[in-house]
Ligand binder design. Structure first.
Ligand code: DX5
Ligand code: ZN
Length: 223
């Protein structure tokens, strides 16, 4: 089963609650919440107070993607603000294992993220204790970039390794340039959670946009 996760980075922030309700009504499974610190990535987005207000106003599964340095310092804040899943970059954290434990200690799901130039093997040591691996299909920092087709072997390598260690239920999320014409390649490689920013929020009819991405993903989905 595929999960479709619109990224609020492409939403109209002046009416964020209404935007999130719109995509939920349109069939979104999760809400992807991008956090950028201007250091790990060359852009700044939204943080803990906005998540706190949003999660209070609109019930959803909040999938928080931390693109920040020293992520362990902010886990408590995001967990208490309503995150249901927190993912952090393997490149940004010295103690990945401890940070996964810290996230789980709040009773929520934990994920680990790889940038395009980071090999799959970097996350292998953590597969047994992570709920999800997020494979970036663009350089993190901005919405609306072009999907990088050459990330598929990495997705496949992570799916194969998860199978090898008996972790059939590992979620693999892809993020960046995902749309109805690109999602199928990632699903065929083993991804099952699909972040879509501009290809959902950039469209007038969000329900139709979500449906076309889901149909393309489901048609290609393998495990
Ligand atoms: C990029 C963010 C993405 C972004 C995706 O650094 O992590 O979640 O919002 O946007 P699109 O789908 O437009 O590439
Ligand atoms: Zn993201």
């Amino acid at each position: 089963m595929s999960l479709i996760c619109p990224s609020v980075l492409s939403a109209d922030f002046s009416k964020l609650g209404a935007e999130v309700e719109d995509v939920l009504n349109g069939g979104a499974d999760w809400i992807h919440y991008d956090v950028m610190d201007g250091r790990f990535v060359p852009n700044i987005s939204i943080g803990i107070p906005v998540l706190k207000s949003l999660s209070k106003a609109v019930k959803a599964f909040y999938d928080v993607h931390l693109m920040i340095e020293e992520p362990h310092r902010y886990i408590a804040g995001f967990a208490k603000a309503g995150a249901d899943m927190i993912s952090f970059h393997v490149e940004a954290e010295e103690d990945c294992s401890g940070t996964l434990d810290l996230i789980h200690s709040y009773g929520i799901k934990a994920g680990i993220v790889v940038k395009p130039n980071t090999p799959a093997e970097e996350v292998f040591p953590y597969l047994d204790k992570t709920d999800m691996v997020l494979v970036m299909t663009v350089e993190p920092g901005f919405g609306g970039q072009k999907y990088m087709a050459d990330m598929c072997p990495k997705i496949r390598a992570i799916r194969d390794e998860a199978k090898r260690i008996g972790k059939e239920d590992l979620l693999i999320e892809v993020d960046g340039g995902i749309a109805s014409d690109t999602v199928g390649f990632t699903a065929a490689a083993g991804a099952n959670v699909f972040v879509a920013g501009s290809s959902v929020f950039g469209k007038k009819d969000r329900a139709a946009a979500i449906e076309s991405i889901r149909n393309a993903a489901d048609a290609a989905l393998v495990q």
